[in-house]
Design a protein around this ligand. Structure first.
Ligand code: HPA
Length: 268
């Protein structure tokens, strides 16, 4: 796999129009941020050697090189989820390539179900820590020498970036929650009993992404910052249905706030 990573990085390096040290994984809630990037070059994933082939109908995904908040950035529009059937190595392949290309800071977003009883639909949550509840760890297998065999995880989400995000949010009067994100393999949303279990395990929100990418980025010494949009609430006394459409609608509504925080963080 290491050879493939190097190969893909070399292919991209020949085509890259700029030299970003910042990368963004545009998950749910950050579609609007994608529009704010002044694009210089967009490459469909299907054109990039060794990149996983997207299974999602509709948009296949693109790697974007451009400028945001006066900085060179590289952004993934569309990510690879474990529930789609990719291996953990495929899910995290783009992050490995980012490291080879010189990325030092990674911004990620996602939609998540709130398990913290104080959360409301539409809340923004700064991820302060995570629980890997997926069935596998993306570092499983021979150690790729970007980091140690047994990596420290005491600060997977940069405390410094969290503090900066807090002051940006305060400055703009944006209310943000802090919380622990638990990643499941999906694709089912949780039963009410599972939401309650995850709350007891210490999770504030539950989703199906982000953790694999952050583990690999952290192993590569890349600083990470992540935010969740709370799109639904489970485990209450009156459980309600969760649908993908509602998740997208809730995320849409708070997009501008998440975009403001991310853009200003990147600018700073
Ligand atoms: N559970 C898991 N993933 C999710 C949820 C959820 O409730 N909401 C959005 N993504």
């Amino acid at each position: 796999m290491y050879t493939k990573i190097k190969e893909t990085a070399a292919w991209l390096r020949e085509r890259m129009p700029n030299a970003p040290t910042t990368a963004i994984v545009l998950g749910t809630g950050l579609g609007q941020l994608a529009e704010r990037i002044e694009r210089i070059l967009s490459i469909p994933y299907s054109d990039i050697p060794n990149f996983p082939v997207s299974t999602v109908e509709g948009h296949a995904g693109e790697l974007i090189f451009g400028r945001l908040g006066g900085k060179d950035v590289m952004a993934m529009e569309g990510r690879f989820h474990y529930y789609e059937g990719y291996t953990m190595q495929q899910v995290t392949f783009p992050v490995r390539v980012m490291y080879e290309l010189g990325i030092k800071t990674l911004f990620v977003s996602n939609a998540a179900g709130g398990t913290n009883p104080n959360f409301k639909i539409g809340d923004l949550m700064i991820i302060t820590d995570h629980i890997n509840y997926m069935p596998e760890n993306p570092l499983h297998g021979p150690n790729i020498p970007t980091g140690p065999r047994f990596p420290d995880m005491s600060e997977a989400y940069s405390h410094e970036l969290i503090a900066q995000a807090d002051s940006i949010a305060a400055k703009h009067g944006i209310k943000v929650q802090h919380g622990i994100y638990l990643a499941t393999q999906g694709p089912t949303y949780e039963t009410p009993a599972e939401y309650r279990m995850f709350a007891r395990l210490g999770a504030d929100a539950v989703g199906m992404s982000t953790v694999p990418e952050v583990i690999v980025a952290h192993h590569c010494g890349i600083r990470c910052f992540g935010m969740s949009v709370i799109t639904d609430l489970g485990g209450t006394d009156n459980p309600v249905k969760v649908t993908h459409e509602e998740v997208l609608r809730a995320a849409e509504a708070v997009q501008p706030l998440m975009t403001t925080i991310m853009e200003e963080l990147i600018k700073n």
